[in-house]
Design a protein around this ligand. Structure first.
Ligand code: ACM
Ligand code: ZN
Length: 565
C-alpha cells in the first residue's frame, strides 16, 4: 500500500514537472474569452513560431514570444519564418473593404489597430491582427496565460479570444524631475507598462528640483539646471537638508533610445516640459526669465514655487520655442505635454513686464468662476493673469501645430480659457475633464484620488515605504474609477475622453525598487479601467486573477506590494 502511494506521488511529481496548464484568467481581462478546458494543445520544446519574414515588426514580436515562453515555462520554441504549418503562427490580416465594390479598406480606429484574435485548437496557436500592435498585445496575452514553471511542455486549453482595448490612451506618468531614474530602469518600467497593455509613457522631464532634458542650443540648461545642491530630508514640514548635491539628465541620444525601446513595445513617449510654473531649475540657469531677476536655486524642497517664468518677457517665448523645438526633434509623439499646472500668479501681478503685456493684449479680469479654479497655488477665475497664461499656451500650441503635434496641458489650462485644440489632462478630480469634453476638447482622465500612485496603497501607513500620504489610493479605489458617467457626459461628449492615466510623482520615491512598489500591482487595477468595458469589471474576480500575474512579476524581477486592499 505504502509503495503504491509512493508510486502515485512520483507519478504526480513527474507529470507536473512534465506538463503545466495555462489559464486565460489574465489581467487585464480580454474582451471575450471562449475556453474549452476539456481539450488541450500541448506546447513543447522545438515547436515552431511562424511569422511574416518580410515584416520586421512581426519578426521582432515572434522573438519576444519565444523569449517570454522560455522565461515563463522553460519551453524553447523555434522561429520558422514563412512556414505556415508551424504550430504557432502570427499573421497580419487586411481589414474588411468599405463595401463589396470598393477596393478601399475601412479606416481602423486606434483601438482596432490594437485588436487581435488568439485561437488555440488541435492545430496549435493562431494569432491574427490588423497591425503589429495587435500581434504584440496578443503575444502578451499568451505570455500572461502561461504557467510559471520549468517543465518540458505546457497544456493550453482550447480557446477563442477576441480582444480590443476600451480606450486608445492608456498612460502612466513617471516624474523624473524630483528624482532621476536611469535609462536602464525606465526600460524596466516600460516593460511593466507593456505587460499591462499600456501604450502611453508620459515622461515628466522638468521640475523646480531638476531639469532632465538636454537642449543642445542651451547646453547649460541641463548641465546646471539638473543639479540641486541638496535635498530636503523627510518629513518635509521640517526643513532639514542632506547637503548632498543631486543630479542627472538624459542626453538626446538617451531619449531617442527610450523612444525606440518604447516603440518596440507599442508605447508612445509623451514628453512633458512643465511651464510656466515648475520652472525654477530653468530660472537657476536663466534668471533673466524670472519676474524678479533672481538669483534662484534649483529647488531643494517640494511644493509649489512662486518663482515662475515671466509672462511678459519676450525672451520667455523664445526660450520655450527653442526647448519645444528640440523636444519635437527628439520625440515623434503626436502629443506634447506643456504642463500648465500650479502656476502662482503673485509675481505676475506685481511684475511691470507681465502687466505691460496684459495691457498690450487687452486682457481683463472677468468675475466668473470656471472649472480649473482653485488648488495648489492656482489663481481663481478668468483673471487677466490666467489669460496671460492662456496666451502663452496659444503661442506654444501654434508652434507645436506647425510641427504637426497636439498640445496636452493639466486642467489648470481651463482657467484662462482653453486654446483651440488643447487636450486637457484632468487631475484635480474629473470636473475639469468633464468641462473640457463639454467644450468638445479631447480629455485624458487622471483624477488624483483614483490614479495618483505616489500615494500609499494600504491604509495602515506603517506597512508602506514613505509616500505622499494625504490619502490612500488602494487597488480597489483605483479599480472603481469609471471615467464615463452618463449623467455627466452625453455619448458624443464621452467620445472626447481619450483614456486614463496613472501618475507616479517622485518627491518621496528616490529608488527603482520603491517606484516599482508604488506601481504594482496597482497598474494591474488601472489596466482594467483602461482596457476593459465596465460590464466586465469585478474587483473580487480581479483579486482572484492577481496571483498568476504576481508569479510573472517575480519571474521578471519586478518588485510589488504583496497586499491588496
Ligand atoms: C499635478 O499633480 N500637479 C499635475
Ligand atoms: Zn513677469
Amino acid at each position: 500500500m505504502k509503495r503504491l502511494g509512493l508510486l502515485i506521488l512520483v507519478c504526480v511529481c513527474v507529470f507536473s514537472a512534465w506538463a503545466q496548464r495555462a489559464s486565460y484568467n489574465i489581467i487585464p481581462l480580454p474582451k471575450e474569452v471562449k475556453a474549452d478546458t476539456t481539450q488541450f494543445f500541448t506546447l513543447a520544446n522545438g515547436m515552431g513560431i511562424a511569422y511574416d519574414e518580410g515584416n520586421a515588426e512581426s519578426t521582432r514580436i515572434a522573438q519576444f514570444l519565444q523569449e517570454w515562453v522560455k522565461q515563463a515555462t522553460g519551453v524553447e520554441l523555434q522561429l520558422t519564418a514563412a512556414d505556415k504549418k508551424a504550430p504557432i503562427s502570427l499573421s497580419l490580416i487586411a481589414p474588411a473593404k468599405k463595401s463589396k465594390k470598393s477596393k478601399q479598406p475601412v479606416e481602423l480606429t486606434a483601438q482596432q489597430k490594437e485588436s487581435y484574435t488568439l485561437t488555440v485548437n488541435k492545430e496549435g496557436v493562431q494569432i491574427s491582427a490588423y497591425e503589429p500592435a495587435g500581434l504584440f498585445r496578443a503575444a502578451q496575452t499568451l505570455r500572461k496565460s502561461l504557467p510559471i514553471a520549468k517543465g518540458q511542455s505546457v497544456e493550453l486549453p482550447y480557446v477563442q479570444i477576441t480582444d480590443q482595448p476600451r480606450f486608445s490612451y492608456r498612460g502612466v506618468l513617471l516624474d523624473c524631475g524630483r528624482h532621476f531614474f536611469s535609462v536602464e530602469f525606465i526600460k524596466q518600467f516600460l516593460d511593466a507598462m507593456a505587460l499591462h497593455g499600456c501604450n502611453q509613457f508620459h515622461w515628466h522631464l522638468t521640475e523646480d528640483q531638476g531639469w532632465r532634458f538636454e537642449v543642445k542650443a542651451l547646453p547649460d540648461l541641463a548641465k546646471k539646471g539638473s543639479v540641486r545642491e541638496k535635498s530636503i530630508i523627510a518629513p518635509s514640514k521640517v526643513r532639514l537638508y542632506d547637503n548632498i548635491p543631486y543630479g542627472g539628465y538624459y542626453t538626446q541620444e538617451e531619449c531617442r533610445e527610450i523612444v525606440r525601446y518604447a516603440a518596440e513595445r507599442y508605447i508612445n513617449v509623451v514628453p512633458e516640459i512643465d511651464m510656466p510654473g515648475h520652472m525654477q531649475s530653468a530660472l537657476h540657469v536663466f534668471p533673466n526669465l524670472g519676474c524678479t531677476g533672481g538669483p534662484y536655486p534649483v529647488a531643494p524642497h517640494w511644493g509649489v514655487m512662486r518663482e515662475v517664468l515671466c509672462g511678459g518677457n519676450p525672451e520667455t517665448l523664445k526660450f520655450l520655442k527653442t526647448v519645444f523645438g528640440e523636444l519635437c526633434d527628439v520625440f515623434p509623439s503626436p502629443y506634447i505635454h506643456i504642463g500648465g499646472d500650479e502656476c502662482p500668479k503673485e509675481r505676475w501681478q506685481k511684475c511691470p513686464k507681465c502687466q505691460a503685456k496684459i495691457k498690450e493684449l487687452g486682457l481683463t479680469t472677468e468675475n466668473v468662476k470656471v472649472e480649473g479654479d482653485g488648488g495648489r497655488g492656482s489663481q481663481d477665475g478668468r483673471s487677466a493673469e490666467n489669460k496671460l497664461q492662456s496666451y502663452i499656451n496659444h503661442e506654444i500650441e501654434q508652434f507645436l501645430a506647425s510641427r504637426g503635434r497636439s498640445m496636452i496641458g493639466w486642467d489648470e489650462i481651463l482657467a484662462g480659457g482653453l486654446t483651440e485644440d488643447a487636450i486637457v489632462m484632468s487631475w484635480r478630480g474629473t470636473k475639469g475633464g468633464v468641462a473640457a469634453a463639454k467644450q468638445k476638447h479631447r480629455v485624458i482622465m487622471s483624477p488624483n484620488v483614483f490614479s495618483y500612485i505616489d500615494h500609499p496603497q494600504l491604509k495602515d501607513l506603517s506597512k508602506s515605504p514613505r509616500t505622499t500620504d494625504s490619502y490612500v489610493v488602494s487597488c480597489s479605489k483605483m479599480y472603481s474609477f469609471e471615467p464615463l458617467v452618463p449623467e455627466e457626459l452625453t455619448k458624443e461628449e464621452g467620445e472626447c475622453i481619450l483614456g486614463v492615466q496613472a501618475n507616479l510623482w517622485t518627491e518621496h520615491v528616490a529608488y527603482p525598487e520603491h517606484a516599482l512598489y508604488q506601481l504594482l500591482p496597482r497598474l494591474g487595477a488601472m489596466s482594467e479601467v483602461q482596457w476593459c468595458n465596465p460590464e466586465q469589471k469585478d474587483f473580487e474576480n480581479w483579486k482572484k486573477r492577481l496571483p498568476q500575474l504576481e508569479k510573472l512579476y517575480d519571474r521578471m524581477g519586478l518588485v510589488y506590494c504583496n497586499e491588496v486592499e
